[in-house]
Design a protein around this ligand. Structure first.
Ligand SMILES: [Zn+2]
Ligand SMILES: [Zn+2]
Length: 308
């Protein structure tokens, strides 16, 4: 099953010519989930040539302009395709008001249902058959949430030789065992799936954290993430200013990634004070703590593979 993250915008506060505002799209076997929607989101979607007009759900960290100003246009243009399923939008209080008022003032024509759910406490906000998306509180100047998408464990590897040994003939019974059901073998004995399957294999995990102070609970939430997208707004020399503005430094993001045992850290939401050249300092500082760190850039793609 394919799982990829597309960085649509990596900038914080103000858009720059080569940095749209923060937004990441996750594509899981064709289903789309959007995390934040800053200015420029649509431009990146178009340049990536993604078929994006049927996003399943949008997850908003907080209602600061640099995270939501791309939404009205995106909602409006999503009406260019027919859809039966509603679009879910999750975010802290004020998100519903922001969407309702934008629709009213802009006289937006929308041909599908939008279901807005305000997030006020940590917990699972959305789920499918084999994955769930969880929200958890961050510490910023207004209510702000981080999100994880986590897949449930997959069945273990099927061992055909064991099935043969246990007198289960090849065919539909094998498929049942693979799907986790017990079957009767040719001698009338019950064979359990665990008799022929290896240990359960882990799913993948994606974490999105932006606009927050760094604090240990973030690492707990992000634990075991294959890809951890985290704000790296400032260099270490501006730590005081970062704390005052309730943001974090790239190095702090590195510490969180290390504590979380993440596979890869993708920094995002850079202060516009830094040129692309300056960002190398942020990368160096984060890598000193967590070597597998990258600077995300607009339209960068991160395929996420199964570990086992
Ligand atoms: Zn921001
Ligand atoms: Zn903010």
């Amino acid at each position: 099953m394919n799982l990829e993250a597309f960085v649509l915008g990596c900038g914080g506060m103000a858009p720059l010519p080569n940095r749209h505002l923060t937004s990441v799209l996750l594509r899981r076997e064709g289903e789309l989930f959007l995390f934040d929607c800053g200015e420029g989101t649509q431009v990146s979607l178009r340049r990536l040539n993604l078929r994006w007009k049927k996003i399943t759900a949008i997850f908003i960290s907080h209602t600061h302009a640099d995270h939501v100003t791309g939404l009205p246009g995106l909602l409006m243009l999503s009406s260019q395709v027919e859809r039966d399923d509603p679009l879910y939008i999750f975010g802290p209080p004020k998100i519903a008001e922001y969407i309702e008022e934008s629709r009213r003032v802009l006289d937006m024509y929308i041909n599908y249902e939008i279901i807005v759910k305000e997030v006020t406490e940590p917990g699972v906000v959305y789920g499918g058959e084999d994955f769930y998306i969880r929200a958890f509180p961050l510490r910023h100047t207004k209510p702000c949430y981080g999100y994880t998408l986590e897949e449930t464990d997959r069945p273990g590897e099927f061992h055909p030789e064991k099935a043969k040994e246990l007198q289960v003939p090849m065919g539909p019974l094998w498929a049942k065992l693979q799907a986790g059901q017990a079957v009767e073998n040719s001698e009338g004995t019950i064979v359990q799936p665990e008799d022929v399957l290896g240990p359960k294999r882990s799913g993948r995990k994606f974490t999105f954290v932006t606009d927050t102070l760094a604090f240990p609970a973030i690492a707990n939430e992000a634990k075991g993430s294959d890809l951890f997208i985290c704000e790296g707004m400032f260099e270490q020399a501006l730590m005081e200013s970062a704390i005052e503005k309730r943001h974090m430094t790239a190095e702090q993001a590195g510490h969180l990634a290390k504590m979380a045992g993440a596979g890869k850290l993708g920094l995002i939401h850079y202060s516009p004070r830094y040129t692309d050249y300056d960002l190398k300092n942020l990368l160096r500082e984060a890598r000193a703590v967590f070597p597998n760190t990258v600077l995300t850039k607009d339209r960068m793609v991160f395929p996420m593979e199964y570990v086992d």
